[in-house]
Design a protein around this ligand. Structure first.
Ligand code: NAD
Length: 360
């Protein structure tokens, strides 16, 4: 099994180091190879996703990714900005299905901004389509308007589009995931206003007929945004397009208390995947040794389950994370009175110790 390790920028290097420590303590054979990506790759090679990094990712069974970006690159031309590396990897590896579980751990109920009774036991899975929609649709650009409200003035435009196969394959992913959970899918759209999302709704409904054992309902995105803070436990699997998924998955992330706890997986049709925490490179705390590595460590568990077919190893990691939380260890982002504040490395070491103790 070959794993490409791409730590990236900011806290990416710190948290990936801890995740690799956890990987290495499992009794499994891996080939790990690291490469630069994002701002670090731009500094060294003049591009955020050098050919060698892309080739390494393509040839691997799975990619462990930290985070990329820093405000100091904001003035670069768009195609050279660190964040383009993620879009390039998604596109080149065909990673169309993004899994973002939002789980509220019992010990962290108090860290949520919602009342404990609303989020205790929360366990939802957001499945976001990742390679289509307005983020990739062409044409896009700036021009002088020839019509609209202000003809003759400068305007910018993007194109929202989804093809039938793109919607069908993400719908299948959602229904199959639901079969392993409580057999409920909510498809989120904006069919009342957007042609693209009326089509989305129609196609998801058609695919749903192939899964009579799974209950499907549809919800407009504005209502979904409200329901996520009003009654998040109503959801089980939520499937949506690229832009709505981007926004709703961050909203769901905050329900659980800290973005530092949330892993993610982006898979292609061959189950090759890119695994990364849901957060960014956190330049505000980079280099201080205080970042929470648990989202990245839990991303390793997803990698073992989805791409490397090692469900027992995945479970050992997830159990170890619960153990360290139960022991009261907390990084700053999830700290509360009465718990023990630790840094990135100490948290990683504690998970390593718990994995070692917990041989399943
Ligand atoms: P961010 O997720 O990096 O940080 C948001 C806040 O959460 C910050 O206060 C940060 O300190 C905190 N935080 C994030 N991860 C944490 C962790 N593991 N432990 C403790 N605290 C944590 O988002 P941002 O500040 O909007 O963006 C910073 C940079 O990251 C930007 O350049 C952005 O483009 C980039 N970014 C990258 C990715 C990615 O690589 N996939 C995703 C989002 C943002």
């Amino acid at each position: 099994m070959k794993i490409a390790v791409l730590p990236g920028d900011g806290i990416g290097t710190e948290i990936v180091a801890e995740a690799v420590k956890v990987l290495k303590v499992l009794d499994l054979r891996f080939e790990l190879e690291s490469a630069l990506v994002g701002g670090a790759a731009f500094e060294a090679h003049g591009h955020p996703l050098p050919d060698a990094t892309l080739k390494l990712a393509r040839d691997a069974d799975a990619v462990l990714f930290g985070a990329v970006g820093d405000w100091k690159y904001d003035r670069l031309e768009r195609h050279l900005r660190p964040e383009q590396a993620i879009l390039g990897l998604r596109k080149n590896l065909g990673l169309f299905a993004n899994f973002r579980p939002a789980i509220c751990y019992e010990q962290l109920v108090g860290a949520s901004s919602l009342r404990p009774e609303l989020i205790a036991g929360l366990d939802i899975l957001i499945i976001r389509e990742l390679t289509g929609d307005i983020y990739f649709g062409q044409p896009r650009g700036r021009r002088t308007a020839v019509d609209g409200h202000f003809p003759g003035d400068e305007e910018a435009f993007d194109t929202m589009r989804y093809s039938r196969p793109e919607i069908e394959r993400i719908a299948h992913v959602a229904f199959q995931a639901a079969r392993k959970r409580s057999k409920r899918v909510t498809s989120v759209d904006k069919a009342n206003v957007l042609e693209t999302f009326q089509f989305w709704k129609d196609v998801v409904s058609e695919v749903g007929l192939l899964y009579p054992d799974v209950a499907l309902d549809h919800m407009y995105v504005d209502n979904a945004a409200m329901q996520l803070v009003k009654a998040p436990k109503k959801f089980d699997v939520l499937v949506t397009g690229n832009m709505f998924g981007d926004i709703l998955s961050d909203e769901a992330a905050m329900l659980t208390g800290s973005i530092g706890m949330l892993p993610s997986a982006s898979l292609n049709a061959g189950n090759q995947g890119l695994y990364e925490p849901s957060h960014g490179s956190a330049p505000d705390i980079a280099g201080q040794g205080v970042a929470n590595p648990l989202a990245t460590i839990l991303s390793v568990a997803m990698m073992l389950r989805f791409s490397l077919n090692q469900p027992e190893a995945a479970q050992r990691i997830e159990a170890a994370v619960k153990d360290v939380l139960a022991a009261g260890l907390r990084t700053g982002d999830i700290y509360s009175e009465g718990t023990t504040r630790v840094g990135t490395q100490a948290m990683g070491d504690a998970v390593v110790a718990a994995v070692t103790n917990n041989k399943g």
